[in-house]
Design a protein around this ligand. Sequence first.
Ligand code: AN7
Length: 336
Amino acid sequence: MPGLIERYRDHLPFAPEDPIVTLHEGSTPLVPAPRVSERAGVEVWLKLEGANPTGSFKDRGMTCAVSAAVREGADAVVCASTGNTAASAAAYAARAGLRGAVIVPEGKIATGKLAQALMHGARVIALRGNFDVALTLVRELAQRHPIALVNSVNEFRIEGQKTAAFELIDELGELDALCIPVGNAGNITAYWRGFQEIGHHPRMLGFQAAGAAPLVLGAPVEHPETIASAIRIGNPARWEDAMSAMTASNGAIQAVTDEQIIDAYRFLAEREGVFCEPASAASVAGLLAHGARGAERIVCVLTGHGLKDPQTALERAGTVVPCDPELTAIERAVLG
Ligand code: AN7
């Protein structure tokens, strides 16, 4: 498959002669989830966004944001990030030959994401403050300097990410509800825009971590906390857009506890063979905790790959079995 700008150019603000920065993102697997379906009592599909080139859905928005930055003549891109935006921005900046700078909350991003941003040669800045503080600062920075801001406040990010909705309809024809984790609320905004553009209106069921659930509480959270570090966000930039997607689609935005997130995270890995990161499992956790609201065919968006966060995985999984290099010991270890 080509990249998503080529695949969906009719729906995107790029002309054939525009420069395109792509890693052939999008066209990700949509797999049935028999065990989740059984538990939820409805037909559930998983959209594996971890299969994108840098391991998260951010690549959909980044191909558009970085292509637009090149078209505008920018020589650097910058973002605030809980990790995945940083990894994606760093990769696409490298691909485009632009400088990249990413601002992340110190000590609060998953190891894999940090490794990616560093490997791609971005300047990684660890801010002594959370994501919300980082985003405020970076918006100011981008106003003062000729640097392209590639957070989801950038319209091109939303444009790119809406293509996931097109893929779902291309493949399924119809769905009743979409379950999706919500952090800065760019992705729920993008899916809703995508569905609307092609005349579909599934319920948008967004889920926030209980310790970082401003949209559920109706007020910003000053000190957001959750094991799902990707969605540790207290004041989403796309607040209004997310609320209108929820209202217009007759959906809901609800909270899931860290315990429910980890339960779904492990269930997906152990019973469906699908390893996603904790934030992604919030979509399935939400469906299991809050139900489908009458929907029968549901897609849960698994936004990022499990390998992004090996530390959480190792803390939550079983242990390895030590073994002497002898047949009887191996027998005991394997069969015992
Ligand atoms: C795996 O990387 O905000 O509601 O800075 O990495 O569109 O923010 C990541 C967000 C869900 C929430 N799942 O999406 C960032 C960042 C994963 C994520 C979300 C994120 P939005």
